[in-house]
Design a protein around this ligand. Structure first.
Ligand code: MN
Length: 492
């Protein structure tokens, strides 16, 4: 069983008492059949929990209070099998603190030509009942996902499953602690941000921990612990260096950082090459390994990208594809086939590797420390997105761009970093101009598994601004959008 099954979504069916007990019994039975159908679907990653049909304002309010309180419940799905007058929902919905999906479906796929009569219509009213329910959500300005279609259809189940993953992102975000070793890189603007505002909005607890404490942990790692980890390295990666001591030191760093993260309940961390006092190497292999294990990482003290990496990794748990901390490294401006090369000086997650990563040791050129061991590999081709979160002063903006990762076109034998090349949408020049107008950072999260729609759902649930650069984006439209959104968010 997938570990995501531990997350519950409560399936709440609305009705009223107008139609008598027999209709309500049938409503309950049909709702249970839908819940079973969803739970049997491989497109639904989490557990859907059937809840008794709600028919009065008090029942609705109590149900939502319980959903708020229940730790396993990370969202609700509502459906109006019959008409459920939505003033009954106002108190309950105004209290709701969890992600909310309105599933607009009906129990029967087709109109039963011969059988349809007024009894059938007393029972099957979603077409109008769900519109009454939708109105109150809109009237109350509630962030929510609306999914319309037949509940047995793959596209409906798949969209619901993807939204559930966005809701997991909300849950993870609200419980996330980020460990910072050292501050942001000196003088850099885009990695800064208002940590109090971010905690209020996204829930992240971002706090500093002493590099000296980490060094103490690194030095306390035993040779036996290192030996054990080296065995794992030998199995998973190709060792392409004679400098085994450098690899052993990264193993120490990995063990020590992981210990501190786990002891403090942190899912993400940052460090900076400007603050490595007492450390022999900037963690390279160590950070790549920790990302591979699901921790978020951000270089140069970039805690926003680190937290976002962790959240997106949790949203895509169990899926093939990979998610990593990324940086726009350099361009290939060959006319008509312009590509971005994405990499970082060390820290790219091997979940995106297309081949078996090699462990290599090379000088770094900055930081003034010993040559760090790192994994070197090529990223795989495929559709992906890059995501950046910036602090606009008074609010956060998330920028998402669609990209298409391509097969490597150069060998680049003297560039010892993990990397991937991509075609930015709609094309490199337009895409880069849009990205720069939007204020997007050079650091991003690159993911093959989470879609732009899922990130937009997440942003809406977290109540932050977003911009999506895609194949249809033009510079002019984007500039107008940014102008209007700036006003809108100031009015909000
Ligand atoms: Mn960087």
């Amino acid at each position: 069983m997938s570990t995501l099954k531990r997350y519950e979504f409560w399936f709440i069916t609305g009705s009223q008492h107008l139609y008598g007990p027999e209709t309500l019994r049938q409503v309950a039975e049909n709702s249970q059949a839908i819940v079973k159908g969803l739970n049997d679907s491989t497109n639904i990653p989490c557990t859907v929990v059937y809840k008794p049909v709600v028919t009065t304002p008090d029942e609705i309010t109590n149900m939502i209070k319980e959903a708020n309180k229940d730790e396993a419940c990370i969202g609700i799905i509502t459906w109006m099998h019959t008409f459920s007058p939505s003033k009954m929902w106002i108190t309950g919905l105004s209290l709701l603190q969890k992600p909310y999906c309105h599933l607009h479906t009906q129990f029967n796929r087709c109109i039963p030509n011969e059988e349809i009569d007024m009894d059938f219509m007393n029972l099957n009213q979603a077409a109008h009942g769900d519109r009454e329910h939708g109105f109150i959500g809109t009237r109350m300005r509630m962030p929510r996902k609306v999914i319309a279609g037949y509940w047995e259809d793959e596209d409906v189940q798949s969209r619901l499953g993807k939204w559930m993953r966005s809701a997991i992102g909300v849950h993870v975000s609200r419980n996330l602690k980020v460990m910072r070793f050292g501050d942001n890189m000196r003088q850099v603007a885009v990695t800064e941000g208002d940590k109090v505002e971010v905690q209020m909005k996204l829930g992240w607890q971002v706090n500093t921990h002493a590099v000296g404490d980490l060094v103490k942990e690194i030095n306390a790692v035993t040779d036996a612990q290192v030996d054990e980890l080296i065995k794992e390295y030998q199995e998973k990666y190709q060792i392409a260096t004679d400098n085994l001591e450098a690899i052993r030191y990264q193993a120490r760093e990995e063990i020590a950082i992981k210990k501190m993260l786990d002891e403090n309940g942190c899912g993400a961390y940052t460090n900076t090459f400007e603050d490595l006092h007492g450390m022999k190497q900037l963690p390279g292999l160590a950070s790549q390994r920790l990302m591979e294990a699901g921790y978020g990482y951000g270089g140069e003290g970039d805690w926003k990208v680190s937290a976002l990496t962790h959240i997106i990794k949790q949203m895509s748990e169990g899926l093939e594809g990979g998610t990593t901390f990324m940086e726009d490294y350099t361009y290939d401006l060959t006319l008509g086939n312009e590509l971005s090369l994405g990499a970082h000086m060390l820290e790219v997650c091997p979940t995106i590797a297309s081949d078996k990563p090699r462990i290599e040791v090379h000088p770094l050129g900055i930081g003034g420390k010993e040559d760090p061991a790192r994994l070197v590999f090529e990223g795989r081709p495929g559709d992906a997105i890059v995501v950046s979160l910036i602090d606009m002063g008074g609010r956060l903006r998330m920028i998402i761009q669609d990209i298409e990762c391509v097969e490597p076109i150069y060998e680049m034998p003297n560039l010892p970093v993990a990397r991937v090349m991509w075609k930015a949408m709609p094309d490199l020049k337009t895409g880069a101009e849009c990205w720069i107008y939007a204020g997007g950072a050079h650091h991003t999260v690159l993911t093959y598994t989470v879609t732009a729609e899922q990130m937009i759902d997440w942003a809406e649930m977290m109540d932050i601004e977003y911009v999506h650069i895609n194949k249809d984006t033009t510079v002019q439209n984007l500039k107008q959008l940014l102008f209007l959104q700036d006003i809108a968010w100031k009015l909000k």
